[in-house]
Design a protein around this ligand. Structure first.
Ligand SMILES: [Zn+2]
Length: 314
């Protein structure tokens, strides 16, 4: 622990370089730490010996020390993360012992303090902090205020297997037949009407595509400017008539907004409901939960049947 505390403080000064923003002061801090590695105390009147820049008053040197103590405290989490390999069970700090009267100068010394961790898991030391947080997430659903018209329409056909199949066939024909029909019609009808038909085709493209996704993936993101982020449409099992036959399932379409509380950000910042559903990436359309505070690292699976998820990074 003795050598480690010096390594910790030296690393800290290195980390704080930008904050200190003065080479003379930085060198001064290093010299003070070196002194403290060999001696128990660093007396305030001696501080001037460690400063190699233009001479300052004793009060200024004291102010420099106060600043270092303040910075060590302010950036303790960042400093700790750079010192994980030292495996310190307590945090090294510089303390000031105020002297009284003549012959009893103020001095600085290194002491240890418990890591400052959020109250909910203060029995753990800094390193285990992230490991003890549950990586599971429970999603909650809210009803969608405006269900898109095409989902209301498709819902009628999604209940029974037969109807569902017929409806999907029609949808697939739309994808294949409509472009061909548009090709033929170009020569037959006035261009204005034709243009309107093409416009109609493109307006229907996204709804039809969502219905196909709903049929194949049983879930689709409703991405629309008038819809809240995280709105999804789920093809939910309503009734299993014959448990041996997978196809004979009654389903219902559920349009909901889903969000969840990121377990990491909840522990660290008490932040609630920061997780929203999104596609994993432009190329991977898997629907996952992303935390708004840390969308690249705090990612969770989304299980529409359990309304739960686990971290994607473990
Ligand atoms: Zn988060």
């Amino acid at each position: 622990m003795e050598n480690n505390k010096i390594s910790y403080l030296s690393n800290a000064v290195e980390f704080l370089e930008d904050e200190i923003n003065n080479q003379d002061v930085e060198a001064f801090y290093r010299a003070c730490i070196t002194h403290l590695s060999k001696n128990e105390r660093l007396e305030k009147p001696k501080l001037r010996n460690f400063y190699s820049g233009k001479e300052k008053s004793e009060k200024t040197y004291g102010n420099y020390m106060d600043k270092l103590i303040h910075l060590l405290d302010k950036f303790q989490e960042e400093i700790q993360s750079r010192n994980a390999e030292l495996a310190l069970t307590k945090r090294p700090i510089i303390k000031t012992h105020i002297g009284g009267g003549s012959g009893n100068p103020t001095y600085y010394y290194i002491d240890f303090e418990d890591w400052e961790t959020p109250p909910s898991f203060n029995q753990n030391t800094g390193l285990q902090k992230t490991e003890t947080i549950s990586q599971d997430i429970i999603y909650r659903t809210k009803t969608l205020k405006r269900t898109p018209w095409y989902l209301k329409f498709a819902a009628k056909f999604f209940a029974k297997t037969r109807q569902r199949q017929a409806f999907l066939l029609a949808v697939l024909i739309y994808f294949i037949a409509a472009p061909i029909a548009l090709g033929f019609l170009m020569q037959l009808i006035p261009l204005t009407y034709w243009g309107l038909l093409v416009l109609g085709y493109f307006l229907l493209f996204n709804p039809v595509w969502n219905v196909i996704k709903l049929a194949t993936h049983k879930i689709a993101l409703i991405e629309h400017v008038f819809q809240p982020i995280g709105a999804v449409c789920i093809s939910k099992v309503k009734n299993v008539k014959d448990s041996d036959s997978f196809l004979d399932i009654e389903r219902e379409i559920l349009s909901v907004v889903v969000d969840g509380t990121c377990p990491i950000c909840n522990h660290k910042y008490n932040l609630k409901n920061s997780v929203q559903l999104e596609s994993q990436s432009l190329f991977n359309r898997r629907i996952i939960g992303k935390c708004l505070n840390n969308p690249k690292e705090h990612r969770f699976t989304f299980d529409k049947d359990l309304m739960t998820g686990t971290s994607l990074n473990t």
